[in-house]
Structures are given as structure tokens and as C-alpha cells.
Ligand binder design. Structure first.
Ligand code: ADP
Length: 544
């Protein structure tokens, strides 16, 4: 034998063991729904996770079985992840913002055995309990009674050895929000979660280390909280959690705990900005903000960058654990002017080592990385889905493991990927594609516009033409002419919407994305005032 290396299964409990041993005193702070604050540390999380593992075994939970949570971000939720996974179980984080029908479907499909939930979601539990057929134990995270989390773990000392096994065993289950059809389960494995965490802590990714103080606004029930609970244990991060998403609370916590890193979807920053404008307060210590889940608007990126904060614009999905790409300053960053830097951050960044990307046309031919050729974005790698949970249709990848993301993108020569749309949202005008995302982003850059959605509506000649729906900012009287004027400088002339309608609000999915399916349904019989002739010159400009 030539020699060689050890067998060492990449299992999630090794993360919490590492955090306890190497970063045991790094704090985990929680602001609870009732306004109280508690402090523990990685050693405390590890100890309570072993106590929970013992408690779950005493309830009869066996290896591979699902333990569900319906909860916001807090230290007990973190304990639930490590305790469940450590005893060989699968932690299933349920998104409480889903509709009842989906909540019932998901828990029954996952065959959850235990539900750990926040008191704030007691009404959901009371309402749906009769329909949840597999859950035998209900435990409240933040109450005092006999059914509380503290009562459940109280009898146990934490003298427990983590269950060992293969790194290919499952450890976590997350369902996609399912804008069409039933939600689908994505089953993460020990190995995929550990490798994803290794990629995530890198400077060019989330830049996590023992110096980082992170306040993840992304909920623990959304796409594995972007892997932060695993990456944080690996790097010895101090976590600051808030069980409420109030910008006043978040801003105070950020300043009191000297938070350096935060992560969340664009809407959380919108409400933070409103709070900052109203009070004059701001987070003082933030160094890196990661934004993903939907495209971060240019104005948001610019504002954060002007505050001296690095913005990591990330793209991913539940199916990709979720990191697919993320932006970080390239070699020539210092030579770029501010506008150029913002331009770059508006794109979705590059892949970390581990995942591979390509763009293909409708016939599956790979497109050049020229920043112009758009097509379907496909991805593969060790933390990318192969098959949905309990899916009889089999694998969801092709024979070379490429997973089709449903997004439309271009890849630039430097490797930077830019999402131009979701394949079902692209507006197909006269055989050419109009990016609904770019149109929306351009509209949101216009003063007085709070939110905008672009959808394709039927057109007798051009198949589809864009209709723009706009929500005005409070107190603004921005009108159609002003928006058109602004758009003219930002998009091709033939992309200009045929009509702009002002609405009070727009529908969103449970994860805060525009619900385009509902909008398309609502406007499916909409007749454009412009008729076929008026749009003609606009659309003809497209072809010429
Ligand atoms: P769901 O479809 O269930 O809401 P995810 O939360 O996994 O699921 O969302 C994944 C999708 O979100 C991606 O396929 C993409 O369309 C969109 N997305 C995520 N990040 C970005 C981003 N930075 N820019 C544009 N779109 C994004």
C-alpha cells in the first residue's frame, strides 16, 4: 500500500463538536418575541442539543425520522437543528407564512413526528392539529408549561454521544414554497451541508470567522437559513438572533452587539431604510451584508455601499443548499469607479469552488460566456439536488447531473452570472425576450416608486407585450409620464411597457417574492389600450 488518508465522515455533529471545543465561549444572543434577551454560547448550544437528542430518543424518535419546527430565529431553534441531526434525525423547518393547505400538505408529506413551535404560531397549531396526521408530540419553544421545550429537556444531563454513520445520510428537509403545484421537499445530507459550509465561510463568500458577529435576518425556515447555522459553528461566529423582524429592534441589536455581518432578502433592507430615514439611526458596525432570494435593486446596493458596507449579492435556491453564486470584489476592484463597482454588484456574482454553472438554449446547446447569450441556467455540484424527497418521478437532473434552475441568465467572460429572468416570467414579444426583472428594477429606480411588477399580457400581433404594475411610495404622486421618462434612459425602447397601472399592493409568496402567477392570472384577459397598431413601432424597433 502506498499510504493514504483517513476515513472521516463529513457529518454535521462534527460542526457543533468543533464549535464547542474551539469556540465554546462565543456567544449566541437572542431577542425573544416578548422583548426579553437571553445569552448562551456554543458550549451551551452543544450541551442543550445533546439533552434534546436524549429527549427525542425518549419520545421514541428513530434515526431518519423527521422533527419539524415552526419557528423564528432563536437559540432554541439552533439547539433543535443540532439536537435532531445529532441523534440521527432529520430537521424539517416549516415556513409559517405558507397557506394552511400547504402547511397541512408539507407536514403530512414529510411524515413529521414532532413539532417544535413558537408561541406566536399557536393559532396555526390549534387550527391545523386535527389535519396533521403523523405529528404525535407538540412542544412549545417559548412557554413555561409542561409542554414546553425547557420541560422536555429538563430531565436530561447531556451525557450523550452523537450518532455516527455515513456522510450520505440525510440531515435536513426544506420544502420550496411552490408558486405552482404542491411544494417539493429538498433533502440535504450531512456531507452536502458540511461542504457547503466550508465554501460559505470563505472571504469571497460570506467571509465568516471568529471575528464575525452575525445577525441573520434570513429566517431559519427559509432555505436552511442560507446554511448559516452550519457555517457559523464551523467558523466560531457570534450569532445575534431576533425572533421579531422589527427594524427598530434589529437596528438596536446591531449597534448594541456590534454586528458586523447580516444576511436577508431585499425587502428587509427596504424596511430598514424606511426606519433609518424616519429616525436618523443606522447600523454602525456592519461590514458585509449578503442579499439574495430575489434580485437586489440597484438603489439598495448603492445606498449600502455608500455606508461603507460590502454587499454580497447572492443567487441560489432551496435546491442548491442554497449558495449558487455570490459577488465579491475582484482583482481590479480598486481601479473601478464607484458606478462600475455598483454595476458589478448588481449582477449575481460567481460560483465558489464546488459548483459549476452553464447556460443552454432551448435545444440544450451550451451558450458562450460572452455576457450576451442568454438561456436557461443549469447547475451541478456536491450540494445541488439530485431528486426531490419521495418523488416518484425520479431524478430531476440530466445524465450529466445538470439541474435546470428555471432561471434565465447570461454568464460574462469574467465568470459573473447575471439573472435576467425566471423562464416562466420572461415576456415574449415578437419572438424576442424582454426581461421582466430588468424592467422592474429600472422602474424601482424611479423616485416615488415603492415596488413594480412587469408581466406579459396577450397582444394580437406581438404575442405578448409588457404591462407594468406600480405601487407608489407613501405620499408620492409619481405619474405615468415620469416613470416612462425614467425608463427611457434605462431600457431599450421596445421594452417600454405598453401600459402602466397604479395599484395599492402586489401579491407576494411566503418567501417575499413577487407572485407572478397570481398577477398573470389576474390580468390574463386584460386588453391593452394600445391595441395592435400602437405597439407596432415599439416592437418593430426590437427587430431592427
Ligand atoms: P422558491 O421558488 O420556493 O421561492 P427559493 O427561495 O429557493 O424558492 O428561490 C429560488 C429562486 O429565487 C431562484 O431560482 C431565482 O429565481 C430567485 N433568486 C434568488 N436569488 C436571486 C438573486 N440574487 N437575483 C435574482 N433572482 C434570485
Amino acid at each position: 500500500m502506498l499510504g493514504g488518508m483517513q476515513d472521516f465522515e463529513l457529518r454535521v455533529p462534527r460542526l457543533i463538536e468543533h464549535a464547542e471545543r474551539e469556540h465554546g465561549q462565543r456567544e449566541i444572543v437572542t431577542w425573544w418575541a416578548d422583548g426579553t434577551t437571553t445569552r448562551t454560547n456554543w458550549a451551551g448550544i452543544g450541551r442543550d442539543a445533546r439533552r434534546l437528542a436524549q429527549a427525542l430518543e425518549s419520545l421514541g424518535i428513530r434515526r431518519g425520522e423527521r422533527v419539524a419546527t415552526l419557528a423564528m430565529n432563536h437559540s432554541r431553534h439552533l439547539v433543535a437543528w443540532y439536537g435532531t441531526i445529532g441523534m440521527g434525525g432529520v430537521i424539517h423547518t416549516i415556513n409559517p407564512r405558507l397557506f394552511d393547505e400547504q402547511l397541512v400538505y408539507i407536514a403530512n408529506h414529510a411524515e413529521d413526528k414532532v413539532l417544535l413551535y413558537d408561541k406566536a404560531f399557536q393559532p396555526i397549531v390549534d387550527r391545523l392539529r386535527p389535519q396533521w396526521t403523523s405529528i404525535a408530540h407538540y412542544v412549545c419553544f417559548d412557554s413555561d408549561g409542561p409542554d414546553s421545550f425547557e420541560a422536555l429537556i429538563a430531565p436530561f444531563e447531556g451525557d450523550y454521544r452523537w450518532v455516527e454513520g455515513s456522510e450520505r445520510e440525510p440531515c435536513m428537509l426544506c420544502y420550496t414554497s411552490g408558486t405552482t403545484g404542491n411544494p417539493k421537499g429538498v433533502l440535504y445530507e450531512h456531507r452536502s451541508s458540511v461542504i457547503h459550509a466550508m465554501a460559505e465561510i470563505a472571504p469571497a463568500c460570506f467571509d465568516l470567522s471568529a471575528q464575525a458577529v452575525a445577525l441573520p435576518i434570513v429566517p431559519m425556515f427559509h432555505a436552511a437559513a442560507w446554511g448559516l447555522p452550519f457555517a457559523g459553528a464551523m467558523a466560531g461566529v457570534k450569532f445575534v438572533y431576533s425572533a421579531v423582524n422589527d427594524p427598530a429592534v434589529l437596528c438596536s441589536l446591531m449597534n448594541e452587539e456590534k454586528v458586523t455581518h447580516s444576511a436577508g432578502v431585499p425587502t428587509v433592507w427596504l424596511s430598514m431604510f424606511q426606519y433609518m430615514d424616519a429616525t436618523g439611526r443606522k447600523p454602525e458596525h456592519l461590514r458585509l451584508v449578503t442579499i439574495g432570494g430575489s434580485a437586489a435593486p440597484r438603489a439598495m446596493i448603492e445606498r449600502l455601499m455608500r455606508m461603507g458596507i460590502r454587499v454580497g449579492h447572492a443567487w441560489g435556491m432551496t435546491e442548491t443548499s442554497p449558495i449558487g453564486t455570490i459577488g465579491s470584489p475582484p482583482a481590479d476592484w480598486a481601479e473601478m469607479d464607484f458606478g462600475g463597482q455598483v454595476d458589478l454588484v448588481c449582477k449575481q456574482g460567481r460560483v465558489p469552488f464546488g459548483v459549476e454553472l452553464r447556460v443552454v438554449d432551448d435545444e440544450g446547446r451550451e451558450q458562450p460566456r460572452d455576457g450576451k447569450s442568454s438561456g436557461r441556467l443549469q447547475i451541478r455540484g456536491p450540494w445541488i439536488i439530485k431528486r426531490y424527497f419521495q418523488d416518484e418521478q425520479g431524478d430531476c437532473v440530466d445524465e450529466e447531473n445538470w439541474f435546470d434552475t428555471g432561471d434565465v441568465a447570461v454568464i460574462h467572460p469574467c465568470g459573473t452570472m447575471q439573472i435576467t429572468d425566471r423562464s416562466k416570467d420572461v415576456i415574449k414579444s415578437g419572438g424576442e425576450w424582454i426581461s421582466s426583472v430588468e424592467l422592474e428594477n429600472a422602474a424601482m429606480g424611479c423616485a416615488g416608486v415603492a415596488e413594480a411588477a412587469a408581466i406579459g399580457v396577450q397582444h394580437p400581433k406581438w404575442a405578448e407585450r409588457p404591462l407594468l404594475l406600480v405601487v407608489r411610495k407613501e405620499g408620492s404622486d409619481v405619474d405615468e409620464a415620469a416613470i416612462r421618462d425614467h425608463l427611457k434612459d434605462h431600457v431599450a425602447r421596445w421594452w417600454l411597457p405598453d401600459e402602466i397601472l397604479f395599484v395599492d399592493s402586489l401579491p407576494h409568496t411566503a418567501t417575499g417574492k413577487l407572485l407572478k402567477t397570481a398577477l398573470r392570472e389576474r390580468y390574463k384577459d386584460y386588453r391593452l389600450e394600445t391595441g395592435d397598431d400602437a405597439a407596432q413601432p415599439i416592437a418593430e424597433a426590437a427587430q431592427g
